[in-house]
Design a protein around this ligand. Sequence first.
Ligand code: SF4
Length: 312
Amino acid sequence: MKVLLANPRGFCAGVDRAIEIVESALKLHGAPIYVRHEVVHNRFVVDDLKGKGAIFVEEINQVPAGKVVIFSAHGVSKAVRKQSEKIGAIIYDATCPLVTKVHKEVVRKQKQAHQVILIGHHGHPEVEGTLGQSAPDSNIALVESACDVERLELQGEVSYTTQTTLSVDDTRQIVEALKAKFPTIKAPKKDDICYATQNRQDAVKTLMQDSDLLLVLGSNNSSNSNRLREIATKMQKKAYLIDGANEIDDKWLSGVGTVGVTAGASAPEVLVQEVIDYLRDYGASEVVEINGAKESVHFPVPAELRILNKEK
Ligand code: SF4
């Protein structure tokens, strides 16, 4: 059996930054600190930070007044920010800068009196945060599919924006439906689906041309990891989303010639290496990493935490 490794895979710049913010805030303020929602959607990362003293909450009313609160990489609504300020929280914002860019687009378009359409998954925290940027007298229409587009009744200038971690191919279809319905609709200045999502999806498409099965390291609630699994499924290949090597069922590997392995943007490389070790023990004789896009994106942490790291 051969193993093909996707490239790029795993942590993106936004996840790196979010984890660094939590770890640096713990060093600066000591435990406990509070994190609103899982800072990134990965069980291993969240458990590790819990062990270091982070407390994960879903609502700000679970945070005692005056404590440190960190917003997750997915971003928060204006209401959550306001509520945190109201309780005198010391706030660190780990929202990925590429999500913040979408927030700013929403605000800018609404100031120009555009009706904004958000393409995204209902209930995902990033979507809730983006919907929550809306001005009090405006609404954002959420669409999840081309069928949703049919139901839209909007007048005047219309713009669209998207969640950052969607399927590039599915989103293209929805955008086509939007353009057919609203011929003058304005697109974002630059694609909202982020570089990491795009590159990881491209890598899986390449990988699966020569693989029979795909193992995706990523948690169930990770949007971008689910999209990677779906790509393989659409290519008529078997694909499984796993949190670690311990979730591999040997039945999946029976009779398989080549296994593709990748990791979502919130899954650490250590988990990939454990899967490789598992597959070697199972009998894999060769592990090859495919060629892929080079990534050099880096997002610095807030200035006060940067100073702390220099002092280390
Ligand atoms: S997946 Fe993209 S948008 Fe999400 S944290 Fe990573 S870089 Fe930012």
